[in-house]
Design a protein around this ligand. Structure first.
Ligand code: SF4
Ligand code: SF4
Length: 282
């Protein structure tokens, strides 16, 4: 039986909970390390190492470098490990000040100067974005990543209909008022970014009436480009599907709910690092 481990860096443990919902791996894999449920001193030798969370402290970095030495395959799972998410919130000045004010506490890991994605320090074989990735995605990682079938973008998995002749004059944000079933959330004024967000999650959010916030990251078209290109494309969608003023669209797209995913600490491409090849992103 293959062995796998889950290394949890700075994040929220949501990825671990999602993995535990994907129970079908139990018959095929032996989980040998995951501090949330299986106590172990260190990551032993494994076939697959799943890494969740960003690299925010010296302890994260130490654990990461030790763990990958014992793994055949390294998989970065969830938005925090790849490009931003909850881990990115730690870069905000007020959070940093709060943390540093507690400097007298012993045993608290030292903060690095900023948050980093896992691949800033170690080679990654596969990326599985999502906040958290769904149970189906976790199963695909552990069984047949090459056979996993996904639509290019969330809109194709959503099932809501886009109406050409219905253009809201203003944006409603994320959660207010009554949501009509079946009709695209943008037609109703909501800030849904499913049109260029990577498919594969099966669109649980817009199906349930909550706008997609882009946690799966950019679709293949944008994945090897800087996030600004992705952002401009989303703006164009809202300009064509609504009559809202440009300033309102800009302000809405820069709201805190979307900040975790659209303004990421690590672009999929750009800066001083090579683009992540889309073939490596599930
Ligand atoms: S924009 Fe959102 S609500 Fe509209 S079709 Fe795409 S995912 Fe569905
Ligand atoms: S619909 Fe959007 S926000 Fe929801 S899981 Fe999919 S990518 Fe993430």
């Amino acid at each position: 039986m293959k062995r796998f481990a889950v290394l949890q860096l700075s994040g929220c443990a949501g990825c671990e909970v999602a993995l535990l919902n994907a129970e079908a791996w139990v018959a095929q894999y032996k989980l040998v390390y995951m501090p949330l449920v299986v106590s172990a001193e260190d990551v032993p030798e494994v076939d697959v190492l799943l890494i969740s969370g960003g690299v925010r402290t010296d302890e994260d970095l130490y654990k990461l470098r030790r763990a990958v030495k014992n793994a055949q395959q390294v998989v970065a799972v969830g938005t925090c490990a790849i490009s931003g998410g909850v881990a990115n919130l730690g870069d905000r000045d007020e959070v940093r000040a709060l943390f540093l004010a507690e400097r007298d506490r012993p045993h608290v890991p030292r903060l690095l100067s900023k948050s980093h994605p896992v691949d800033a320090f170690v080679a990654v074989d596969l990326y599985v974005p999502g906040c958290p990735p769904t149970a189906e995605l976790f199963m695909a990682v552990l069984t047949n990543p090459r056979d996993f079938q996904a639509s290019k973008v969330v809109c194709q998995e959503c099932g809501r209909q886009k109406l050409k002749d219905v253009k809201p004059a203003h944006l409603l944000g994320f959660q207010q008022g009554e949501v009509l079933p079946d009709v695209c959330l943008i037609n109703q004024g909501y800030l849904c970014v499913g049109s260029s967000t990577r498919g594969g999650c099966r669109a649980p959010c817009p199906r349930a009436g909550h706008p997609c916030v882009g946690c799966r990251g950019p679709s293949d078209v944008f994945i090897e480009k800087e996030s600004d290109v992705w952002f401009k494309s989303i703006k164009r969608v809202f300009a064509s599907m609504t009559d809202a003023p440009e300033s309102e669209i800009e302000q809405g797209l820069r709201s805190p709910q979307l900040a975790m995913f659209l303004f990421q600490f690590s672009d999929y491409a750009g800066g001083d690092r090579l683009p992540r090849p889309k073939e490596k992103v599930l």
